[in-house]
Design a binder for this molecule. Structure first.
Ligand SMILES: [Fe+2]
Length: 394
């Protein structure tokens, strides 16, 4: 199964390593920038991560005096406008996002307005609507390992006035530089480490099996799965394990590259809906749904799942499993991983544990059917099948 035509674009420089933060000054010089606005949130400040970052920049020569540290957990148009106002009043020349998905999306949203002018993000909403030939330099320093936003072409910004989420999709949104430094993820609590890690695993498996898969995104997805297999449990068991943290940061970024250049599928479609209807955390929804959606997709995707047993479980398990049972075994491995993560971190493994109520199921089904990610799932799931998945996962 191969898409008849594909595009792959990766204009992102990646600096990854134990002392990667110290490369920022030189990189900013190369970009012709010296006065960024730092976009972050209170969680990052309270966890001491902003201080860690600033302490590594003493010799950088950068002016880091402009800081916006109030991004909420759901980025919004108002917050984007505030960031842009401060950026312009302070005479900044670049953006540095330090945080997880919401912070990074806010910085991407600010970049749209800074680079296009104006105050109304809504007019640029949608796919390939950005016209600026030059975007403002955006540097991303992720503090979770899951969303992959540091490598993706997508931003989702809430329009709280109208109660909707606005999607922005354009290759122009891919940041200029991602810095992966384990000092920025090692304080992430074990439950979030587990759930965000499963988000990265879902990006990889859906990228590898969706209708827009291609040989290059496959390579990134495959390597990300191997890293998650070897390091996710380690990172959950011992957050201060810098090698495991760095490996997970790499896995998350590679999974982001994979799905940004292919797509995702039904796990994300149903997960988005669970987030909207029952406020289920995205990574947790991914973890819980992934094996059940794989069970539903197995007839069409059995061959690909069988192949994925190799990166998921390693050579020994792959070779000792009869070829006819490998697809089913791959799903078992995901179930087992979830149980292990639950044991270690308390990550929910049923939807009722995650807060879904029986009576919300019809609404979740309806919203999932209309989600864009459903269109690249290899089989067209019916409402009844989605309901089956949800009930199995309750
Ligand atoms: Fe995701």
């Amino acid at each position: 199964m191969l898409s008849r035509y594909y595009e792959f674009y990766l204009p992102l420089k990646i600096n990854a390593g134990q002392d990667a933060l110290e490369t920022l000054g030189w990189e900013m010089q190369q970009l012709g920038a010296g006065k960024p606005i730092i976009v972050t949130d209170q969680g990052i400040v309270k966890a001491g991560l902003l201080d860690i970052f600033l302490s590594t920049q003493k010799a950088s020569g950068l002016d880091l005096s402009v800081i916006y540290d109030r991004v909420p957990s759901d980025s919004s148009i108002d917050v984007v406008n505030e960031v842009v106002n401060i950026y312009q009043k302070s005479g900044c020349d670049s953006l540095i996002a330090i945080g997880g998905g919401s912070v990074i999306d806010t910085a991407k949203g600010a970049n749209i307005l800074i680079s296009h002018g104006g105050q109304d993000l809504r007019r640029l909403m949608g796919v390939d609507r950005l016209t600026a030939t030059q975007m403002c330099p955006l540097i991303v320093i992720p503090t979770t390992s899951g969303t992959g936003s540091e490598a993706t072409l997508v931003a989702v910004i809430s329009d709280s006035e109208r109660g909707v989420k606005l999607p922005f999709v354009s290759y122009k949104l891919v940041p200029r530089l991602a810095i992966l430094d384990p000092r920025m993820t090692q304080s992430l609590p074990s439950g979030l480490t587990a759930a965000t890690g499963m988000d990265a695993l879902t990006h990889s498996i859906e990228a590898y099996t969706c209708l827009q898969k291609n040989p290059i995104s496959d390579a990134f997805a495959w390597s990300a799965i191997e890293l998650i297999r070897d390091y996710l449990i380690r990172a959950v068991e011992k957050g201060s394990d810098r090698q495991a943290r760095l490996a997970m940061a790499n896995a998350s970024l590679m999974a982001g590259i994979a799905f940004s250049n292919s797509m995702v599928g039904a796990v994300h479609a149903i997960g988005h809906s669970l987030g909207a209807v029952a406020h289920v955390h995205h990574g947790t929804a991914m973890a819980i749904l992934l094996p059940y959606v794989m069970e539903m997709n197995i007839e069409r995707l059995g061959e690909l799942y069988a192949r994925l047993l190799l990166p998921l479980a390693g050579e020994q398990v792959y070779l000792s499993t009869p070829s006819g049972q490998r697809a089913k075994k791959a799903i078992d491995v995901v179930h087992e991983l979830n149980h292990k993560l639950h044991e270690l971190s308390g990550m929910p493994i049923t939807l009722s544990q995650a807060g879904l109520r029986e009576e919300q199921i019809p609404e979740v089904v309806q919203k999932a059917l209309n989600d864009g990610a459903m269109s690249t799932n290899p089989i067209d799931l019916t409402g009844k099948q989605i309901e089956q998945i949800l009930r199995k996962a309750m």
